[in-house]
Design a protein around this ligand. Structure first.
Ligand code: SF4
Length: 314
């Protein structure tokens, strides 16, 4: 059975682990993440003024639909005990609405299990609900074992750790939502552009969320407790990199029309000033706003200007 999952969603470690666990308990399962046909031109209704990552995820799901037996579009409400952006709750509904319009009765089944995870037991229960939703036979014991194993050994990370980067290469930390950091169409191709300039991009992907959350907690107080998981992840990563002497600069990659990012860019700019003053260390910081209609010359110019400042500091 072929199940499509938009590759934008596979940027979440929980989703990748979930796919691996289900695979081990359902040998006949085949995951398909990248559509064979062009996702950019898949027709999409009701996009309104949504952010680019959201629109792109819907388009990828629509492009996958004709080639798969079912689509896995979990209704992500909370991960690690923290709320996800509300867009993710409506994602399965928007995909269904579009597919009903485009394919009618021929549309594949949509597995839209509610995912609200705070503990390992929540993951185990969600995996069983997803397996039942898929509707093919599965080995309950294998599913339980795979889920326990992933809880104790998280999946290998996709990026190189900073310690593996040769000393002579400059290092620029990139922070942002995982689907933005993982996708050149969403991150303005900044990782590739940095490499072309002789710098190595570094992300916080190798740092467990619990550690990023612990760092973010240091900025929590009664009126300013960040409850969005994505915001805590970005704040934790920013605080981590601001203290790392091996980092030469920090770039915050955000999406136009994102409420979470709009709040965080103000928060991080102010925090950057405060931390520079208290540490006495000047570490260049820049926010880059992405959208599908972005001018790539503009990105190149901003990046060159930023790297000039980085070089002047070193
Ligand atoms: S957190 Fe921001 S970028 Fe991500 S889906 Fe929500 S609005 Fe879009």
């Amino acid at each position: 059975m072929k199940i499509g999952v938009p590759h934008e969603l596979t940027a979440f470690e929980w989703v990748r682990q979930c796919m691996a666990c289900l695979q081990s308990a359902m040998p006949g399962l085949e995951w398909v993440s990248h559509p064979e046909r062009s996702a950019a031109h898949a027709p999409s209704l009701s996009e309104g003024d949504a952010c680019h990552p959201y629109k792109k995820t819907i388009r990828t799901a629509l492009a996958l639909a004709p080639d798969v037996d079912a689509l896995f579009i979990p209704r992500l409400v909370a991960l690690d005990g923290h709320l996800m952006c509300p867009n993710f709750r409506a994602l399965p509904d928007l995909v269904r609405l579009n597919l009903d319009h485009a394919l009618g009765a021929k549309r594949p089944k949509i597995i839209d299990t509610v995912v609200e995870i705070a503990t390992h037991e929540d993951t185990r229960a969600a995996l069983e609900r997803i397996a039942v939703g898929i509707g093919i036979e599965f080995d309950q014991e294998k599913l339980g074992n795979a889920s326990a194993q992933h809880a104790s050994h998280p999946s290998p990370q996709q990026v190189h750790r900073i310690s593996h980067i040769p000393e002579e290469r400059g290092r620029i930390a990139l922070i942002g939502h995982p689907y933005i950091l993982a996708d050149p169409a969403l991150n303005l191709d900044v990782p590739r552009r940095l490499r072309d300039h002789g710098y190595e991009p570094v992300t916080a992907e190798h740092i467990p969320f619990a550690e990023l959350d612990r760092l973010a907690s240091s900025r929590d107080y009664y009126a300013k407790t960040l409850y969005w998981r994505g915001a805590r992840e970005c704040l934790g990563a920013f605080l981590h990199f601001m203290k790392d002497p091996r980092i030469d600069g920090v770039i915050y990659l955000i999406s136009f029309n994102c409420g979470v990012d709009a709040l965080m860019r103000v928060e991080l700019a102010s925090l950057h000033k405060t931390l520079q003053k208290s540490s006495g260390r000047r570490l260049p910081f820049m926010t880059l706003v992405g959208d599908e209609n972005i001018q790539h010359e503009h990105v190149a110019t901003r990046l060159e200007a930023f790297l000039d400042i980085v070089e002047a500091q070193s």
